[in-house]
Design a protein around this ligand. Structure first.
Ligand SMILES: [Zn+2]
Length: 372
């Protein structure tokens, strides 16, 4: 089945909801036509000239990056250099560009989960919860025989999703009563006569933000003129996301050994290290990209070492004060590990929907830093 750029955007949003992005961020479609057909997608951290040239050579219709190309408002589009040149290259080649940045940092299956997975951390938890999602309970009374149509409409609008499960509901059967009054146009029954109808009470959960859409879909699919339904606020926090991950190593080791282990897992030619080489390492915090702002959180949660990128001099001094080691494995390597995982996840999602799409991780993109 053919797939459009908008279809891919929809899948990406279900994996890394755009609403999770920081307010200062710019995520989503950077350039391109949402209605254009997509057959080949190239994944990269950045849409630089090398990556766009690779996409043109391989005949890709879409590039998905972690870092947004457009971040600060453009005052002019100079097509000879910088961002203007990239936008022009994309436009001429008819390639769409989509970015998932801070939403991919915080979401399950995003950058930090990929980094924790590559380092084989156990018992992982979010280091700094920044997003918690409230759910509501929605109960609706449906005449027997119409429950599946109503369920489908509600589930398609986002109701009944728990983790990796959709269409989650619970049903009980009973008798509904009503008396149609003057002016009513009843689906069942007659005016001024008390009716008893076999009904199903169907209950499900809905994200607070999707409640309005779900109720609209439910009312449209329900056969009754006046639909009886209840909305209850729930106290359970069912979905959390946030920055960084903390977990345990399989086997405790010394910092020197652990640094070599990280080097091997991330296929690095070098890294920077803060801390005593003989420090025992059991608990590890990770944050892909620039994690300097999470040093206090990592130390407070008892991390023996914090694996991240872009660590500055004063970050290193702060970590020393906490007696917490730091492994600076670089911005590129600590984020790049999400791309193979994204390729697999996206391929699985497009295959499930029977879209004819091929997804590849860039072979040309490189870490700009080298070690001498
Ligand atoms: Zn980054």
């Amino acid at each position: 089945m053919s797939c459009t750029c908008a279809d891919v955007m929809h899948i990406m949003d279900s994996m890394f909801p755009e609403r999770y992005a920081e307010p200062w961020d710019n995520v989503g479609l950077m350039a391109g036509d949402p209605d254009a057909e997509v057959k080949k997608i190239l994944l990269a951290l950045d849409a630089n000239a090398t990556v766009v040239e690779e996409a043109i050579r391989m005949g890709a219709d879409m590039i998905i990056t972690h870092h947004p190309l457009l971040f600060h408002p453009l005052k002019r589009i100079d097509t000879s250099r910088g961002t203007g040149k990239i936008v022009s290259m994309l436009n001429k080649a008819g390639i769409a560009l989509y970015s998932a940045h801070t939403n991919m940092d915080v979401a399950q299956g995003g950058v930090n989960h990929a980094l924790a997975e590559v380092l084989h951390l156990d018992n992982i938890a979010i280091l700094d919860k920044t997003i918690s999602q409230r759910y509501m309970k929605l109960v609706v009374f449906i005449p027997k025989g119409y429950e599946n149509a109503v369920l489908k409409a509600m589930a398609d609008a986002g109701a009944g999703w728990i983790g990796n499960y959709s269409h989650c509901t619970f049903r009980t059967e009973g008798i509904g009563t009503f008396k149609p009054l003057e002016g009513a146009h009843p689906f069942i029954g007659q005016k001024d006569r008390l009716e008893e109808v076999a009904e199903v009470r169907m209950e499900t959960i809905v994200r607070q933000q999707q409640l309005e859409e779900v109720i609209k879909a439910m009312l449209a699919a329900h056969p009754y003129e006046e639909v009886a339904y209840d909305v209850y606020p729930l106290d359970n926090e069912m979905e959390t996301a946030g920055l960084g991950i903390i977990g345990n190593v399989h086997q405790p080791m010394l910092l020197a050994e652990y640094a070599l282990y990280v080097k091997e897992c991330l296929k690095l030619s070098g890294l920077k290290l803060v801390g005593r080489l003989d420090k025992p390492i059991g608990r590890v915090a990770v944050c892909g990209g620039s994690g300097g702002d999470l040093i206090d959180k990592a130390a407070a949660k008892g991390a023996d070492v914090f694996v991240t990128g872009d660590i500055g001099y004063h970050d290193a001094l702060k970590a020393e004060e906490y007696d917490m080691a730091i492994i600076d494995a670089g911005h590129y390597a600590t984020e790049h590990c999400v791309l193979p995982k994204l390729a697999l996840g996206l391929q699985k999602a497009t295959d499930t929907l029977q879209y004819n799409v091929e997804i590849t991780v860039s072979q040309k993109e490189r870490d700009p830093f080298v070690f001498l």
